[in-house]
Design a binder for this molecule. Structure first.
Ligand code: FES
Ligand code: FES
Length: 173
């Protein structure tokens, strides 16, 4: 593994929400700060900054990751997805986002981007989760406002909708 000089900026090239993205970062720069302050993509939130609250969760190469525990230079060559990737267009919500809206699964919304990104990856791997599986997933996230119950309801509703879409796609094929 190459050694990076601590006191200079290094080129970071990666795919961000399906589009090529490039910038420069010092080795110590956190991915959260890089995304928000250098790239200008601010959907990823920063809460505890030490891996506990889950607000900064994003997807790196298909796996959920804490952006506050990742250095920007580590995503060089990676595929990164943030909450901005969930909406199919600027005027439409994604399935999970719409379910959150319907079920009042957010209040201040500070935790929401991270929870949505965790659920997005989780539902891809577990298309038919039960309530306990969703609650287990949510142990990796802190929400001060909702009491979690509407989040669980929204996640189960979104899972059912995604499963319905997939079976419709299969029967159309
Ligand atoms: Fe990353 Fe809290 S800000 S886990
Ligand atoms: Fe406020 Fe979760 S909606 S912290």
């Amino acid at each position: 593994m190459s050694r990076l000089q601590a006191n200079r900026r290094h080129s970071v090239r990666f795919s961000l929400n399906g589009k090529p993205c490039a910038g420069e970062a010092e080795p110590r720069t956190l991915l959260t700060d890089f995304l928000r302050h250098h790239i200008g993509v601010t959907g990823t939130h920063v809460g505890c900054e030490h891996g506990v609250c889950g607000a900064c969760t994003i997807d790196i190469d298909g796996q959920p990751a804490r952006a506050c525990l990742t250095l920007a230079v580590q995503v060089d060559g990676c595929e990164v997805r943030t909450v901005e990737s969930l909406a199919p267009s600027p005027d439409r919500l994604g399935i999970l986002q719409a379910a959150f809206k319907r079920n009042h699964a957010l209040q201040c919304g500070f935790c929401t981007a991270g929870i949505l990104m965790s659920l997005d990856g989780f539902l891809r791997e577990n298309p038919k989760p039960d309530e306990q599986a969703i609650r287990d997933l949510l142990t990796g996230h802190l929400c001060r406002c909702t009491g979690y119950t509407p989040i669980v309801r929204a996640a189960l509703e979104a899972a059912a909708e995604i499963a319905g879409d997939l079976s419709r796609e299969k029967s159309d094929a």
